[in-house]
Design a protein around this ligand. Structure first.
Ligand code: PBG
Length: 329
């Protein structure tokens, strides 16, 4: 042994040292909870493939949000499940559409809550694809842009702080920025689902939001898991078009992308710890094969360490509850 002996283990010797030297912190302000809202009253409909997650009506959503805020949650990402779907997705931008109703109720009750709205048409169109379809069954990119602009303005008007387009439609960010600016919403932000992969990990969400494609899949507009360079182009382009925050989705199989996006852009980066990632943890925990609390801590910390400024996660509520209990061993 050379002298003085180098002992890295001194850095881990007890909880006091470990805690004071932890390099990564998971502050509650970085967590964003996804919330599903549907029409009706007094509803709290369990989502089978996502234990612990529910579809709420506006009234129960307000109650749920109050308990989230009490736990330290500061931000939410809203998804709507409309009572009526049509080929033009009218409920996405109707002034009385479900997301607009929820926005008004939440903003009235909780002015300090940051509200992000997902902007996509797969929930609003009967075929379950993310925009207007041509006769060929392909997505009509430019016809969809017109509806995206309308929806962004409707969401902003109802109180959304951040608009989050998730359809991977070319030009969506530029279109939204222009529409917001022209309607007096220069100070609303855009968080683009910039690098969104065509992923099997969205399975449970499609049950939750009732938006599974009726035919085909989303590979003609979402990205192939093989591609990293293309993700960087997507991100760079969205920033040029006016995105304020860029997202990588899913998170766990794409931690390298999160890191590279952060290093390339130095922009705020969000990572979406998606429904399938959540469902896997819940399933193994129910089986007793792994321990939920430890898994969640490791997963969320890993996403943060990779470079995410915000983490969108269904674990947020449970995790903040668990974290309060003493755990260091
Ligand atoms: C809508 C949308 C999806 C998710 C978020 N927004 C589904 C999809 O693209 O198929 C997935 C979220 C999750 O799995 O938690 N386009």
């Amino acid at each position: 042994m050379p002298f003085p002996a180098v002992r890295l283990r001194r850095l881990r010797i007890n909880p006091l040292i470990r805690n004071r030297l932890a390099e990564t912190e998971l502050e509650a302000r970085r967590l964003i909870v996804p919330l599903f809202v549907r029409s009706g009253a007094g509803l709290r409909v369990a989502i089978e493939s996502m234990p612990g997650q529910f579809q709420f009506s506006v009234d129960t959503l307000v109650t749920e949000t109050r308990s989230l805020l009490r736990r330290g949650i500061r931000s939410a990402l809203l998804f709507g499940i409309p009572s009526h779907k049509d080929l033009r997705g009218t409920q996405a931008y109707a002034p009385g559409g479900i997301v607009q109703q929820a926005l008004k109720a939440l903003k009235r009750e909780f002015p300090d809550l940051l509200i992000i709205t997902d902007l996509c048409f797969c929930e609003y169109m009967p075929h379950g694809h993310c925009g207007i379809l041509k006769k060929s069954g392909r997505l009509d990119n430019d016809a969809t842009l017109a509806l995206i602009a309308k929806t962004a303005v409707a969401q902003a008007r109802a109180g959304a702080d951040v608009i989050a387009p998730s359809g991977m439609i070319d030009g969506m960010v530029r279109t939204i920025r222009r529409a917001l600016d022209q309607n007096g919403f220069q100070n609303r932000l855009i968080m683009s689902y910039a690098a969104k992969y065509a992923s099997a990990f969205y399975g449970p969400f499609r049950e939750a939001a009732q938006c599974a494609p009726r035919f085909g899949d989303r590979r003609a507009y979402q990205m192939a898991p093989e591609n990293a360079e293309e993700a960087l182009r997507e991100v760079r382009l969205d920033l040029e078009e006016g995105a304020d925050i860029v997202m990588v989705k899913p998170a766990l199989a794409y931690l390298d992308i999160i890191r590279r996006v952060k290093e390339l852009t130095h922009a705020p980066v969000a990572a979406y710890n998606v429904s399938g990632e959540y469902a896997m943890v819940k399933a193994v925990a129910q089986k007793g094969w792994m321990q939920e609390k430890a898994l969640v801590r490791e997963i969320l910390t890993g996403i943060r360490r990779a470079g995410a400024d915000w983490i969108i996660t269904y674990h947020a509520k449970d995790w903040l509850d668990e974290r309060k209990k003493p755990d260091e061993a």
